[in-house]
Design a protein around this ligand. Structure first.
Ligand code: ATR
Length: 267
């Protein structure tokens, strides 16, 4: 029996227990997977109690991914570059920190949506934690270029420099986005949470695949992309299931089928 959990605040809305229970049924692995609401200012005590009671690992969601990064005693390359941890595996006395968000996004784009990222121009909106988590897995797919555009230009330039060794990147302010179409636009800003759309040139959406990391609702970015001739408009539900699948395999060694789970959540 794998004893697992997800920590967050809030956590009630989390689909992770449903997703992992479906993975466990498919693969025949026995798990318990609970939602744990940790106090905003004391994730560490909450996680330490859970660890001391015996666990195989856990997920970490907003706002604790940076705390989990600090809690981990060993980090994967993804976690190091993301500077955030969404999955911890207990391995003897080690707490191995991994970040499966970016690989989850890439798996959704490449396996579920059949999009080959090689040679593509990808525009990423935002330069916060979400962007930091997806850049390495995106660059590993060898796109022609990843353009990072942010309301605060300096943060985009900093990410450009930090990730330049992994592939071709550029970073600038949102106002510098031209009307030239790009292949893929990824909304990694938190603007949707406030019901807002980043203020950018409309023409870049023309014929583009527009992907919002948010899920569960039609976001202003999704409405904007449809109104501006996007080729495809997608929410982040597939990414959510894919990142969970990578965590599940990291803990149990078993690779679950994701398509049936995505279908069941969309129905
Ligand atoms: P997360 O971990 O979700 O990435 P974050 O680190 O707080 O959260 O980053 C939020 C990102 O969304 C930032 O890039 C932010 O832009 P700034 O760096 O200029 O603050 C971006 N963002 C939030 N609201 C936005 C809006 N209304 N328009 C454009 N960008 C927005």
């Amino acid at each position: 029996m794998y004893k697992l959990a997800v920590f967050g605040n809030p956590i009630n809305h989390s689909l992770s227990p449903i997703i992992h229970t479906q993975f466990a049924e498919q693969t025949g692995v026995k798990i318990s997977y609970e939602k744990i609401l940790a106090p905003v200012d004391d994730f560490i005590s909450s996680a330490t109690d859970f660890i001391n009671n015996g666990t195989n690992g856990f997920n970490i969601t907003v706002p604790f991914k940076l705390d989990a990064f600090k809690l981990a005693t060993k980090l994967t390359l993804n976690a190091k570059t993301a500077k955030a941890v969404n999955t911890i595996k207990i391995d003897g006395d080690k707490l191995i920190g991994e970040n499966t968000d970016g690989a989850g996004l890439v798996n959704d784009l490449t396996n579920n949506l059949n999009i080959d990222l090689k040679g593509k121009i990808i525009l990423v909106l935002g330069a916060g934690g979400a962007t930091q988590g997806i850049l390495l897995p995106l660059l590993n797919q060898q796109p022609r270029r990843v353009m990072i555009a942010n309301r605060t230009a300096i943060k985009a330039s900093k990410l450009k420099h930090d990730f330049a060794k992994y592939g071709k990147t550029c970073g600038f302010g949102l106002e510098k986005i031209k009307h030239n179409p790009v292949d893929i636009i990824i909304n990694a800003t938190s603007a949707s949470l406030d019901g807002k759309m980043p203020d950018i040139a409309k023409g870049c959406a023309n014929g583009a695949i527009c992907y919002d990391l948010m899920y569960g609702q039609q976001t202003p970015f999704m409405n904007w992309s449809k109104a501006n001739n996007a080729k495809m408009t997608v929410d982040g539900l597939g990414m959510l299931v894919e990142q969970a699948a990578i965590s599940f395999e990291f803990w149990t060694g078993k690779k679950p089928d994701t398509k049936s789970v995505i279908d069941s959540l969309r129905s």
